[in-house]
Design a protein around this ligand. Sequence first.
Ligand code: GUN
Ligand code: ZN
Length: 433
Amino acid sequence: MSVCAFRAHILHCLKDPGDTTTGDAFEYFADGLLLVENGCVTAVGPAPELLARQGGDVEVVDYSDKLIVPGFIDTHIHYVQTDVIAAHGRQLLDWLETYTFPAERRFADTAHAQEVAQFFVRELLRNGTTMALVLGSVHATSVDAVFQAAADAGMRLIAGKVMMDRNCPDYLRDTPQSGYTESRELIERWHKRERLLYAITPRFAPTSSDAQLQRASQLAKEFEDVYVHTHLAENRDEVAWVQKLFPWSRSYLDVYDHYGLLRERSLYAHSIHLDDADRERFVATGAAVSFCPTCNLFIGSGLFDLREAWRRGMRVGLGTDVGGGTTFNMLQVLNEAYKVAQLQGFSLSPLRALYLATLAGAEALYLDDRIGNLQAGKEADFVVLDRAATPLLARRTDLARDIDELLFALIMLGDDRCIEATYLRGECAHQRT
Ligand code: GUN
Ligand code: ZN
């Protein structure tokens, strides 16, 4: 592969910007250049300087009036719920029964799984998402389909087969043994193949028996570098149910802790109803949370306390949680994240929001040595944002006095129309038409 250069406004985070917008937490180049070779960033900086250093023989893609940021990292999404997005009127437990389980049943059909997987990967890329942590259905073939679709696109993806052996319809039930064996086979088939990684995925504590959680735990011990991915403390009825099912537990989190499922590379979606002891366990074990504001608001679950999680030093990424979430677009998810924080008296800064959708996700998944920003050596996954995608955006961003204001306008007013192009390892994977 040859050297390629992209000229644009370029913005990325080097670490958590915290509450301030000064210092060394980010880099912004108003006339920037991103140099890519063999799929990885070789340099990022001011265009005139870098071009002078290159000599004349570099091909430059001109996005001068656009903003390049790192590709978005969606830390929690169900590809098998693509078709239940925007289903009206339920809260978590009856939403699962009414809409979700019947939709997931269709993934027993491999042709259906392949068709949805291809749509799903295209939709991620159309929205500027370059990496996602994905749940399949209970059917192992559903995970084959989404891994294949990601591999065909050259996309980085983590996925897993849902393990679920009780409190669900018979047609979606596996067993401790089949859940173990099929997950193991998927790990052997896909983990670390190209850009793909595997996540052991018990759906949530209520749908796994003690025997199944023990098998999940065994797998986690046998494969130390795979992910663990599940749901935690999303809804109050769910929390009360877990207390009944596991009467010995100190808290919902304690159930997963008991089975050895809290560790680095374990990710817990929602985690709304936590206490301080739970937060301490997150920090002590290196486990992470996926904050899914569009879903939390849509199915009425509650407000995740982002400020407290950050204050304690927890790892937190951002998730769409489609189909409980209402969009694939991470700008829109940030829009809702901002409002969830506002309702709790916390003002999420624009740069910290960008961090949440990019580098924080990479850190939550222990992939920040490869993705999450545009430093030299990183995989060149990035998105080209059009600040003038709509008349209102053009008008508002014309008035922006600095990059914070411009970014905030994109978060509040932006959506898929702002995604001019999405690049995977320096190759264009989506171009807006
Ligand atoms: N808890 C268990 N399963 C699910 C699911 O599919 N979506 C959400 N939002 N929460 C869950
Ligand atoms: Zn979910």
